[in-house]
Ligand binder design. Structure first.
Ligand SMILES: Cc1cc2nc3c(=O)[nH]c(=O)nc-3n(C[C@H](O)[C@H](O)[C@H](O)COP(=O)(O)O)c2cc1C
Length: 210
């Protein structure tokens, strides 16, 4: 009798687990599409902030390629064209901040001039380091129009280190990390220009496009 009881309890539990597992799988399937659509929307939104939409008539995501950055990390390079001519490029760059890695999107024109930079993700302290966020201040907007020679390479530092860029009151680590990341991002283009604008290069995989 006791054994029968245990068996039926076990069966009920098994059916319950199966049902719950199936429910989870169905929910996952239903939300996965939504999540990837939202990620693509986010990506397009950040791209439009660093490459003006007036500058291209192509689909930046479709014309993207995957490259390895100076640390061997795979990055997607989005390429803007107008009437078949390269007008801009956008790619992720990474800096070291107070709270860890700072991920940014850098947009440049074909001559290497900055069209825009935006912080995509960071763990900097609210009120101190988070002024790199365009929603919190205009500091990040001041890079537009600059390039490796403007200012000269040795001035691509915060003022405290002898450069031309303002640090924040009581927070030098974050802006130092961002200025360094942008400078490295510009150097990456200078070193890999041919490959970045070459349309024979392999396209980004469907996975990276999302
Ligand atoms: C709780 C706490 C949070 C901080 N957050 C940041 C931050 O997000 N970014 C930053 O640059 N500095 C931050 N600082 C300040 C740094 O420790 C450092 O003092 C400051 O960046 C000045 O750097 P410097 O000595 O190289 O000029 C924080 C300090 C404390 C105590």
């Amino acid at each position: 009798m006791k054994q029968q009881h245990m068996l039926s309890h076990g069966l009920i539990l098994g059916v319950f687990c199966l049902g719950f597992g199936a429910l989870l799988a169905v929910t996952d399937m239903l939300t996965a599409k939504d999540i990837s659509a939202r990620a693509l929307e986010d990506r397009l939104n950040s791209l439009s902030q660093v490459i003006p939409t007036t500058l291209h008539d192509n689909n930046l995501v479709k014309d993207a390629i995957v490259m390895k950055n100076e640390h061997g990390k795979e990055i997607t390079v989005y390429r803007a064209t107008k009437e078949g001519q390269i007008t801009g490029l956008a790619y992720e760059i990474f800096g070291s901040g107070y709270g860890g890695e700072i991920k940014l999107m850098l947009g440049i024109d074909a001559t290497g001039k900055i069209l825009g930079v935006r912080a995509l993700a960071h763990k900097e302290t609210p009120g101190l380091g988070d002024k790199i966020d365009a929603k919190k201040g205009d500091w990040i907007l001041r890079f537009s129009g600059l390039s490796l020679g403007n200012p000269p390479v040795e001035k691509w530092k915060v003022k405290k280190d002898g450069g031309q860029f303002d640090q924040f009151a009581g927070a030098t680590i974050t802006p130092r990390g961002v200025v360094g990341a942008i400078k490295k991002g510009l150097e990456f283009y200078a070193a890999n220009k041919e490959q970045m604008i070459d349309f024979g290069a392999p396209k980004a995989s469907a996975k990276e496009e999302h």
